[in-house]
Design a protein around this ligand. Structure first.
Ligand code: ATP
Ligand code: MG
Length: 336
């Protein structure tokens, strides 16, 4: 018997719905992005985000069910992101999911958004695509998180380390702002870096030897100092070279520490997920070795989406999780 799960995601600035079969087969996925709205403010404006979720949720659910050619009654469960994320945004998705579960008499599953990012790698890119296997090292790099996780089985996580200050995506966003590039900064830096020299500026790498943690604030400050100095000298900002040098510094540390962990824990695979895993320089660098097969979700599933929530929910459903209709949001919910 296969399981069909409809999931909602509204933890930040995307309103999303998806239907996934058996945690791997994506039947339909819709994402209503608020990116253009928040770009005006240079970042996510929480009140605007929750209001937009209220407006977009019903059309997004309708569209997804239409695409899947299924009705709510044909689902086995309704899943939703319970946290972490913006409280005002999470509450919209959770209440909508409760309504759908109640109306259809289907079980409700509250899912951790970070678990969702990891399970985006389970969605099959093509029908014969084999699932990831354990043990694996997962590098989770997103707007709010940078985590190195050892996964020995489904839903079993050992957090090795994480960022001590800025998340990788946050560093991309902040440095983009320093360089006068638009929000969101990750794709803008990647684009600018394509025409730049990654060795133009020698920027610091925080290796934090003896720990699996990361730190990006020193790198961000180094870019800030460089920008100020160049501006003081009245020179035009070499945006492409700065973007390429910054990106190379981030990628080198992320890949270096992930490979080190993969060797130390003798894993069979490496998994990279989260918004920053859309970065081509990172994807190429982690694949430029033959020791470990690498799993990275397709581009459309790196940033926030509901397919990943449905995929994680499948394995939670199999483990017996069923949540009561009075569960609450968990805005700071850690993965472990
Ligand atoms: N091509 C790219 N290169 C680098 N960074 C990128 C790229 N595309 C997106 N990002 C970054 O990914 C982040 C968004 O990812 P995601 O949607 O997973 O984050 P989030 O949901 O806001 O945070 P979290 O998942 O930690 O709660 C942003 O910081 C964005 O700049
Ligand atoms: Mg996310």
């Amino acid at each position: 018997m296969s399981t069909r799960i409809l999931a909602l995601e509204s933890s930040c600035d995307e309103t999303a719905c998806a239907v996934v079969i058996d945690g791997r087969r994506l039947l339909a996925s819709s994402v209503a992005s608020q990116m253009e709205i928040h770009a005006r403010y240079g970042g996510v404006f929480p009140e605007v985000a929750s209001r937009q979720h209220v407006l977009s949720l019903v059309p997004v659910v309708r569209q997804t069910l239409q695409k899947a050619r299924l009705s709510l009654d044909e689902m086995d469960a309704i899943a939703v992101t319970r946290g972490p994320g913006l409280a005002g945004s999470l509450v919209v998705g959770l209440n909508a999911a409760k309504g759908l579960a109640l109306a259809s008499s289907k079980p409700l599953l509250g899912i951790n958004h970070l678990e969702g990012h990891l399970y985006s790698a389970w969605i099959a890119a093509f029908p014969a695509d084999p699932p990831p296997y354990f043990p694996l090292i997962a590098l989770l790099v997103s707007g709010g998180h940078t985590e190195l996780i050892l996964m020995t089985d489904h839903l079993t996580y050992c957090r090795l380390g994480g960022t001590r200050d800025d998340a990788a995506g946050e560093a991309f966003d902040k440095v983009a702002r320093l360089l006068g590039l638009p929000y969101p900064g990750g794709p803008a830096i990647e684009q600018a870096a394509a025409g730049g020299d990654p060795q133009a500026f020698a920027l610091p790498r925080a290796w934090l030897k003896g720990s699996w943690d990361f730190s990006f604030s020193g790198l961000k400050t180094a870019v800030l100092r460089l920008v100020r100095q160049l501006e003081k000298e009245g020179k035009p900002l070499p945006v492409a070279d700065l973007a390429a040098s910054f990106q190379a510094a981030v990628v080198e540390v992320l890949v270096g520490k992930t490979l080190q962990a993969a060797r130390q824990f003798q894993v069979r695979q490496i998994l990279v997920a989260g918004g920053v895993s859309a970065n081509q320089a990172l994807r190429a660098a982690i694949r430029a070795q033959d020791d470990f097969p690498v799993r990275i979700p397709p581009l459309g599933l790196c940033t926030d989406n509901a397919a990943m929530i449905a995929a994680a929910a499948h394995f939670r459903y199999l483990s017996g999780q069923r949540d009561p209709l009075d569960i609450e949001i968990r805005p700071s919910w850690p993965l472990t």
